[in-house]
Ligand binder design. Structure first.
Ligand code: NAD
Length: 356
């Protein structure tokens, strides 16, 4: 494993995003997003995505500096078509606009269509909670081969369709549930494959529908599928993420023709807590629930009962102090993608030593 300071990973990402054609603001947004995902412990959505983004760019399936189209801006409704724009920027811009509308109307329903991969959805929930808003989103993944086997299925029909809810809490610590509706996110199978380690039990099936812990076939040969979490209930949530992001929000669906990219669409509901109630009382109530849940005796083998968002905060504190580990295969892939863009070895090495 290699260990990097967050500033080094930010500098490498910024260099790659700029060379991909992004302007300064977009490159900074992408770099901040990816490194925050690594800090949160989600290496599946951190700098390890860069080789995929470079591949999407060269296939014409990701558009730097895209101007999103406002399809509808009517009262509390905002519909934006991102037209394959760089996801971290498209989604952050749309959520920022939706927060502004929620401040005006009390709430905003945002439909974001057809963005290139938007990354870790929790980032957008954090954007909203930092502005005193509650955030709920249903996201789908399309334009990609199917990866999620829903309940009772032996083969995949959906993407990993994440579901996210964030509500501001005391001390600036939101309650934040942010999860793929598969037992593990697809990127976690990629990270396991790159590290040469098995995936957790009950997360993957082989092409015959039998359980497997070996991610090789899934990552290298696109065989098998990730299982929905939580039996029929998680599977049902995955289906509803698909419906909300496509039938309701108008994004591309998993059943439509895929060009081999990654398109995310999102139906998000943003509520200004100052309009619906007293933000201080709401945060206190979140804190009381957190304390109540955490007061339970831990199960055997568990050190501490945690609540949604806590593992990410603990990881961020640890990694900010100790650095972020990246496996050598992932780092080699990032380096190769950078060189493919014409970045020199000297430029890449200089960025990877930055520690700002
Ligand atoms: P995960 O399983 O690590 O965590 C899911 C949720 O459970 C988090 O809210 C976390 O705080 C909580 N949690 C984890 N351990 C806990 C514990 N011990 N006690 C209490 N709560 C706990 O996350 P995941 O499902 O692997 O998803 C990882 C990331 O992938 C997310 O940020 C998600 O947005 C992202 N994602 C993105 C896409 C996309 O297409 N853009 C698709 C799927 C997932």
């Amino acid at each position: 494993m290699l260990t990097f300071q967050p500033g080094a990973l930010r500098a490498v990402t910024h260099l790659i995003a700029r060379r991909m054609g992004s302007d300064e603001a977009e490159a900074a947004e992408v770099a901040d997003h990816l490194v925050r995902a690594n800090l949160a412990g989600h290496d599946s959505h951190g700098v390890g995505m860069l080789p995929t983004y470079v591949r999407l760019l060269s296939d014409g399936l990701l558009v730097p500096n895209q101007q999103a189209e406002t399809v509808l801006d009517a009262g509390a409704l905002l519909v934006v078509d991102a037209k394959r724009g760089y996801g971290q920027r498209m989604a952050a811009d749309a959520v920022r606009r939706a927060i502004g509308k929620a401040k005006e109307h009390g709430a905003c329903v945002l439909a974001l269509r057809n963005s290139a991969h938007v990354g870790r959805i929790g980032t957008y929930a954090e954007l909203a909670t930092s502005q005193g808003c509650a955030f709920t989103s249903f996201v789908n993944v399309a334009d990609h081969h199917d990866v999620q086997a829903t309940y009772g299925a032996a083969e995949p029909r959906l993407g990993t369709n994440p579901f996210t809810v964030g509500v501001p809490g005391p001390d600036g610590k939101p309650m934040l549930l942010d999860m793929a509706t598969t037992t593990i996110a697809a990127g976690k199978a990629r990270v396991a494959y790159n590290k040469g380690i098995p995936v957790p039990d009950d997360s993957l099936i082989d092409p015959d529908g039998a359980p497997t812990n070996d991610p090789t076939g899934f990552i290298r040969d696109r065989l098998g599928a990730l299982k929905s979490f939580g039996l029929h209930k998680g599977s049902g949530l995955a289906v509803m993420c698909e419906i909300m992001a496509t039938a309701v929000a108008g994004g591309q669906a998993a059943h439509e023709h895929a060009k081999g990219g990654v398109l995310n669409s999102m139906l998000a509901i943003i509520i200004d807590l100052a309009k619906i109630g007293d933000p201080v009382a709401i945060a206190a109530s979140v804190g009381a629930t957190r304390a109540h849940v955490k007061s339970a005796k831990p199960a055997p083998g568990v050190a501490e009962v945690l609540t949604p968002g806590e593992p990410e905060r603990l990881s961020a504190a640890r990694r900010a102090a100790q650095g972020i580990e990246v496996d050598e295969t992932s780092w080699g892939d990032i380096r190769a993608a950078a060189l493919q863009l014409g970045i020199t070895e000297a430029e890449f090495d200089q960025a990877s030593r930055a520690n700002a």
